[in-house]
Design a protein around this ligand. Structure first.
Ligand SMILES: [Fe+2]
Length: 356
């Protein structure tokens, strides 16, 4: 079965009809005040020859046999577009080496080549090339041992000024059953809210706080990394970002808030901020119709778009079983809300209406 992308070329050409914008083009003046800040990217079809299927209507795409290590630059560009459109793309049996994972991470980073160094990455003398490779392991416990799994919903490193665009995780070893990762769509989380609430949220910003990593660093006798890529510097792991952001690859709005990192809404007093954040955290946790669950086999890779996707670990297996993976986290733009952008459902509906 061929890949089922959203036709962004069509969405772009319809943009002026729905109040959004047209993609940049030398034949079209780009001075329109309704132009999107960044034109959506169009999928070229270069991955259609590889079998894939949509995991659910709202989120997830899976390939069984995609030769990741030998993809052309065009195919990697298309892969990044599919990740942004479907939130999470799983490639079964990839078995990349750490260097291959680093290479593909650098190619889908924006700007190309910029990968995150996690604040609690231990420095290994003479092996600085490993700084940008995160080892994910159940040997490191970040939260309360009995905390519900839904407390763990997050978008990677949203506490940074330049958070992650994409992330890629390859599981190397793990339990036969359990240790799945849950993913949820920020596009759908935004789409499911009422218009008045959507408009209100678009006026607000959240403070994302990762300073809990200082505690982990102290316990592990690790010094917090102060240079973590792009504008991510210093020891105060906090950043303010819009609660609704525009994904520059798709041009769609996404809710950008997570229980793990978003601690307050800066424009509201604490009582109102707590109430609204708790509503949004529950809204995401209860959205099982716009989430999907990835069951891992060693060698599988999942790519996700952290600008528009939440994820959470499932700690349901015996703690004596070692679960390990390697991860790269390409960095992206500073989050922004483009007033000319539209929701995913509005963009898809505009394409359908135009075909009638
Ligand atoms: Fe994560």
């Amino acid at each position: 079965m061929s890949v089922q992308p959203f036709n962004l070329t069509e969405i772009g050409s319809l943009a002026s009809q729905i109040g959004a914008s047209a993609p940049a083009c030398k034949d079209i003046p780009s001075s329109s005040s309704s132009a999107l800040r960044v034109a959506p990217k169009a999928y070229s079809g270069s991955l259609d020859k590889y079998a894939s299927f949509k995991v659910t209507p709202n989120i997830g795409l899976e390939f069984s046999n995609l030769p990741l290590a030998s993809l052309t630059d065009q195919q990697i560009e298309d892969l990044s577009i599919l990740i942004s459109q479907h939130n999470v793309v799983v490639i079964r049996g990839a078995h990349l080496t750490p260097q291959q994972l680093l290479d593909i991470g650098r190619k889908i980073a924006t700007p190309k080549g910029t990968l995150h160094i996690h604040p609690i990455t231990a420095e290994i003398p003479g092996r600085s090339e490993l700084d940008e490779l995160t080892v994910v392991s159940n040997e490191i416990v970040y939260g309360g041992e009995n905390a519900p799994a839904s407390d763990g919903w997050h978008s990677d490193i949203s506490f940074e000024p330049n958070p992650s665009s994409y992330a890629a995780l390859q599981i190397v070893q793990g339990p036969d059953a359990g240790g799945d990762t849950q993913f949820s769509s920020g596009y759908a989380a935004y789409d499911r809210l009422s218009k008045p609430l959507q408009r209100f949220l678009e006026t607000l910003n959240g403070e994302n706080d990762g300073n809990a990593f200082h505690e982990v660093a102290n316990k592990s006798n690790i010094k917090i990394r102060e240079k973590r890529g792009a504008a991510n510097v210093g020891t105060d792991l906090r950043s303010v970002h819009p609660l609704v952001r525009t994904n520059p690859v798709t041009g769609w709005k996404s809710l950008y808030v997570s229980k793990a990192f978003t601690k307050r809404i800066v424009e509201l007093p604490k009582s109102e901020s707590d109430l609204l954040l708790n509503f949004l955290f529950n809204h995401i946790a209860q959205g099982f119709d716009f989430s999907t669950r990835v069951k891992w086999n060693p060698g599988d890779i999942a790519f996700w778009d952290n600008r528009s996707t939440y994820h959470a670990a499932t700690k349901d297996f015996d703690e004596s079983i070692l679960r390990r993976g390697i991860r790269v986290v390409p960095l992206g733009e500073r989050p922004y809300l483009d007033p000319a952008s539209v929701s995913k459902s509005e963009a898809v509906k505009a394409v359908k209406d135009a075909k009638l």
